[in-house]
Design a protein around this ligand. Structure first.
Ligand code: PMT
Length: 221
């Protein structure tokens, strides 16, 4: 890309799912493929930004000229995000972070027993990564995502305010052919003084449109 408008900026992007261990062989996770976050990293890099991609476990190759930090759990992602955010101009939280982790990870494989037909696992809250970044004294321009299955606008705007974000990109993850693990997506983007719809297209195009919009808003804020 000949447009190098992001030259000199450090963009940090989280992508993919997290894995919360239950025991040495099992975990809790979700269907995020990392495609959306990796596309954003690639787009920001093509506009000249220095890009750090903090990736949960995904099967994607690293976009060219991006620094990649691989993590597993939300705790690991949180640590990497705080470290990187110190030097970031923009932080984009595209990862599907597990809201809860297992309270007591079992050291050994949990055995099936003949006496218990039911079992339960206690969960405790994970740190909120994007909210932690937005709470830093030297806060980067912070963009969250919102994965919703209903009342998209209301929930997304709630997260924008509650997490102290500068912008939020909401997607409807109940619709077929978009959202988790699809090649396409559509976003409704909100900031404090406006909003913009980015209609259904492939994640690469959509990522470029989002990067342009973020850069626009940074210049007008
Ligand atoms: O990876 P793909 O298959 O391409 O799919 C893309 C996607 C659907 C995963 C992506 O577009 C998306 O919506 N990502 C956010 C998923 C999510 O966890 O949304 P949420 O509404 O639960 O979380 C809101 C925001 O808080 C997100 O920016 C999330 O990264 C962040 N968060 C959530 C929990 C937590 N403990 N820490 C966080 O930072």
């Amino acid at each position: 890309n000949s447009n190098q408008s992001l030259a000199g900026q450090h963009w940090v992007i989280t992508a993919g799912p997290t894995r919360e261990a239950i025991d040495p062989v099992r975990y809790i996770s979700n269907h995020s493929s990392g495609k959306m976050g990796f596309s954003i990293a690639s787009a920001a890099q093509s506009f000249g930004a220095t890009v750090t991609l903090i990736a949960g476990p995904v099967n994607l190759s690293t976009p060219s000229n991006c620094n990649r930090i691989d993590v597993q759990s939300a705790e690991d992602m949180h640590q990497a995000a705080i470290d990187q955010a110190a030097s970031a101009d923009v932080f984009i939280a595209c990862a599907a972070v597990a809201d809860y982790k297992v309270a007591q990870v079992s050291e050994h494989k949990i055995k099936k027993t003949s006496t218990n037909d039911a079992m339960s696992i206690a969960l405790v809250k994970n740190p909120d990564i994007v909210a932690s970044v937005a709470a830093l004294a030297k806060k980067p321009f912070t963009v969250g995502f919102a994965a919703e299955t209903q009342d998209v606008e209301q929930y997304a705007k709630g997260k924008l305010v509650r997490k102290n974000l500068d912008m939020i990109a909401a997607n409807d993850v109940a619709k077929q052919g978009q959202g988790f693990n699809s090649d396409d997506n559509a976003l409704k983007v909100y900031w404090h003084s406006g909003n913009k719809d980015l209609p259904l297209t492939d994640k690469k195009q959509l990522a470029e449109q989002l990067v342009v919009l973020i850069n626009d808003r940074m210049q007008n804020d």
